[in-house]
Design a protein. Structure first.
Length: 218
């Protein structure tokens, strides 16, 4: 499994051409003509809606939303957020829940390396900070995936230092009774994408490797 950083640190990528790149890479991995890869990038400001997005989740001010073919509901991508798209062939039998848990585990370990304790929340994907006496549960990483022909696409979005006001226009991930946060907000210091990327890469390699098909079909 290799990692491709798509102009990371130098350019914000528009969402739709990157989505097309995902589909092209997915087809190549599924055909056996390309090795497993994790695409890492930082997007231009965009809202994307998964298959389960409800009308009430969407912006009411006319803000454009890109409808996509992943699971989950509506979320935001943009500056200050590390987005990862693992495009990897899973070993049989395909267990999508196990795959999502592996993504979560990589990000939980990343947060731990930054001195931050995160949790899973029953019935809700992603990585969370637990509620406190003054704060609700807060999501720091969203996960939405698709698996076709045994190969994954879409992936995770980890909030490093975004402007969190972008979430005010939507019901993030269709969850009205929780909040969204960032590594910087929780650490009370600036946590950049550049700092986090090598940590995420290391943990993804560890958590995903056991799930991969060692001999992809050609």
């Amino acid at each position: 499994m290799r990692f491709d950083e798509l102009d990371l640190g130098t350019r914000l990528l528009p969402y739709e051409p990157t989505w097309q790149l995902q589909r092209d890479v997915h087809a190549a991995v599924a055909d056996g003509s390309r090795e497993d890869v994790v695409l890492l990038c930082e997007h231009e400001d965009v809202y994307t809606a998964g298959k389960r997005t409800a009308k009430a989740d969407r912006p009411v001010d006319g803000t454009p939303v890109v409808d996509v073919d992943r699971g989950g509901r509506i979320t935001w991508h943009g500056p200050g957020q590390l987005v990862g798209y693992p495009i990897v062939r899973l070993a049989a039998p395909i267990d999508v829940v196990r795959y999502v848990r592996a993504l979560e585990e990589a990000l939980i370990r990343t947060c731990a390396d930054l001195g931050l304790t995160t949790i899973r929340v029953d019935g809700r994907s992603g990585v969370w900070f637990a509620a406190t006496a003054t704060q609700r549960e807060r999501k720091v990483a969203a996960i939405g995936v698709r698996v076709s022909r045994s190969v994954t696409m879409h992936g995770f979005a980890l909030n490093c230092e975004p402007n969190l006001s972008v979430y005010d226009r939507i019901v993030p991930c269709g969850i009205p009774d929780a909040d969204v946060t960032s590594l910087s907000a929780e650490a009370r210091r600036r946590v950049t994408i550049a700092e986090v990327t090598p940590i995420v890469r290391g943990h993804l390699a560890q958590t995903l490797e056991p799930l991969l098909d060692a001999v992809p079909a050609l």
